[in-house]
Design a protein. Sequence first.
Length: 117
Amino acid sequence: MRIIEYPIPVGSHELAIWPDLPDSDTDNGEPIVTVCNLHHLSQDECVVTKAHGVLSDEINIAIGLKAHAMGYKVIHFKVPKGKHVSRWATFEKTINGMDFHRVDLELAISALEAQEK
């Protein structure tokens, strides 16, 4: 999976995602499958915003891994009520038809690594 990060103002980052392309830092002009922003909340936390395209479990996990590689320890997702985020996401609350989820990236990555062994 290819994920390219583009810094944008105020410490946030845009992520362009191509799940079917090999890992690389090069945008070769292929149509982007998913794009989102990682909005900086604090030194350790970010939230996925302005997501467009496919947000499958695999892509959400890849977004979390990228966020962790960027130094974040917690990632938040806001999705339509009842929509699945990831098996490691903890539901926090529902407001105006949107569910808020939190993922402890260090716990999720430890669980993912243990699962792969």
